[in-house]
Design a protein around this ligand. Structure first.
Ligand code: AR6
Length: 173
């Protein structure tokens, strides 16, 4: 497989305001909403997103979406076409869960390819409620997107705060 030609970009801002084909949601396995990015996406995107998530739970994802996997729904009222929901691992000092975090980025790109999305906005998955140290999460995110073969042309990392933005910007040059 050839190396990715995806352009990595970094912006500081709110992921729900990004005009992209697909926005990645740092969800939990219930797919039924939560805080952080997940809460913001459902709040701004409206009830259509939750309705599709419920349908997924009634169908193929009766047991929830496993950690490291990704699935798409409409983006409702967001200025994007789709939301790609992925479930990051909870950070652990006892167990190395890096492969699961990498899988979130890889699987989200795979789903984006299936949709035909060319621009994808990512949050810093697992770095909020799930406690992953930012520097390490940044390294995994950037390495994984760079190594993944995908037709996505722009992978845009959207960071809420200055510190996270600086950490990403330092690696995406
Ligand atoms: N735009 C961009 N980044 C944001 C936004 C936003 N609107 N809001 C928060 N962040 P988190 P996780 C940053 O907690 O750690 C939810 O309850 C935030 O500062 O959203 O993967 C889910 O339902 C942090 O750096 O996701 C799960 O239960 C990063 O996004 C759980 O949280 C991710 O923080 C998932 O936890």
């Amino acid at each position: 497989m050839s190396a990715s030609r995806t352009t990595l970009t970094v912006v500081q801002g709110d992921i729900t305001e990004q005009t992209v084909d697909a926005v990645v949601n740092a969800a939990n396995s219930s797919l039924l909403g939560g805080g952080g990015v997940d809460g913001a996406i459902h709040r701004r995107g409206g009830p259509e997103i939750l309705a599709e998530c419920r349908a997924l739970r009634d169908g193929h994802y009766g047991g929830g979406l496993p950690t490291g996997q990704a699935v798409a729904t409409t983006a409702g009222r967001l200025p994007a076409r789709w939301v790609v929901h992925t479930v990051g691992p909870v950070f652990s000092r006892q167990e190395d869960r890096s492969a699961l975090l990498a899988s979130c980025y890889r699987e989200s790109l795979r789903v984006a390819d299936e949709l035909g999305a060319r621009t994808v906005a990512f949050p810093a998955i697992s770095t909020g409620v799930y406690g992953w140290p930012m520097e390490d999460a940044v390294r995994i995110a950037v390495e994984t997107v760079r190594e993944t073969h995908t037709a996505v042309e722009e992978a845009r990392f959207v960071l809420f705060d200055e510190q996270a933005f600086a950490a990403f910007a330092a690696q995406v040059r």
